[in-house]
Design a binder for this molecule. Structure first.
Ligand SMILES: Nc1ncnc2c1ncn2[C@@H]1O[C@H](COP(=O)(O)OP(=O)(O)OP(=O)(O)O)[C@@H](O)[C@H]1O
Ligand SMILES: [Mg+2]
Length: 300
């Protein structure tokens, strides 16, 4: 069952500009509840624009985005049409953007845009307080979230602007998970993190997913896509190319057409193929299997 749907979604940043073009053009897709989705595509393909429509940070110029019963569009006539004959509860729900924002937590591509409070702890407390927790409860939740993303207690009273890029990203993630959203959207969550930091953040995201949450990750890291994604959405020049699986995507010849990097595992498999390797190289999606196949070909 889908949880997020876009229907002929088009987004134009500056309609008044005579040279304007569509940052997103006629995108129709569905994202299932509980899925772990990666959105990929070259720079400027519309990834960040798309995910910002999911919590109505921006609203489609035409077409719409739907998150459960919430309809997002700036086409007033269309919205009226969509809400016609709906239950009273749906019409009421559509008046409360704050509820949608609580459901869909979005961690921005540039965490500087997300951080604003004088101290780190206050920054992370903002969401939970806004959603109704008392000061002390919000503080507890914020502390837990910060520890979970690997920010030590000695940092809590510092200004978020004193942090390094990777630390800012962790605090921004803590600020969103503190509100425990049903849908967690992360725009390039591992950019600027060192290898250990990446593993820690991806493990945290995995734990969140295991609690039944829907996860949507925008990324340029194809190794991450191969290791984590269940579903991949490919965008190119504002258009939806396909909704597929990592296994299918990385075996398709289109991968370079969309400027996507080939994951290390597949680079290795291709090298072996080109080298005339005699063993079975089909259906390998992790290094353990590849090592087993090489061993079998050599010693069995
Ligand atoms: N605030 C803005 N005003 C005008 N144009 C914008 C704005 N933000 C993005 N664009 C344009 O819209 C298109 C899609 O941008 P978007 O940021 O969604 O791409 P992206 O896939 O997230 O790229 P990246 O991988 O570099 O983050 C680009 O051509 C970009 O120049
Ligand atoms: Mg982006």
């Amino acid at each position: 069952m889908w949880q997020i749907k876009t229907n002929h979604l088009t987004y134009v940043y500056d309609k008044k500009d005579p040279n304007h073009y569509d940052a997103l053009s006629d995108v129709s897709l569905e994202i299932k509840k509980g899925d772990l989705v990666c959105i990929v595509g070259k720079t400027g393909s519309g990834k960040s624009t798309l995910v910002q429509t999911f919590n109505n940070l921006i609203s489609p110029t035409s077409g719409y985005c739907q998150v459960e019963n919430f309809y997002i569009t700036s086409d007033k006539k269309l919205k009226k049409e969509l809400l016609k004959n709906q239950d009273k509860s749906v019409i009421e729900e559509n008046k409360h953007v704050a509820r949608l924002r609580r459901k869909v937590g979005l961690v921005f591509q540039f965490p500087e845009y997300q951080l604003f409070a004088e101290t780190i702890i206050k920054d992370v407390m903002f969401g939970p307080k806004n959603f109704g927790l008392k000061e002390e409860e919000a503080k507890e939740v914020a502390k837990k979230s910060l520890i979970e993303v690997g920010i030590p207690e000695s940092y809590f009273e510092k200004s978020p602007f004193e942090l390094s890029g990777g630390e800012k990203r962790r605090v921004a993630i803590a600020g969103i998970i503190a509100s425990d959203p049903d849908i967690l959207v992360l725009d390039e969550p591992t950019a600027g993190l060192d290898p250990n930091g990446k593993i820690e953040i991806m493990n945290l995201i995995k734990r969140f997913h295991e609690k039944g949450r829907t996860i949507i990750i925008v990324t340029h890291d194809m190794n991450l896509v191969l290791n984590f994604a269940k579903t991949v959405i490919v965008l190119n020049d504002g258009k939806l190319i396909e909704v597929t699986s990592p296994e299918k995507l990385f075996q398709s010849p289109d991968i370079e057409k969309y400027s996507l990097e080939i994951p290390t595992l597949f680079k290795f498999i291709n090298l072996l193929k080109n080298d005339g390797f005699a063993g079975n190289l089909s259906e390998i999606y992790d290094f353990d299997t590849l090592i087993k196949r090489i061993y079998e070909a050599k010693y069995e």
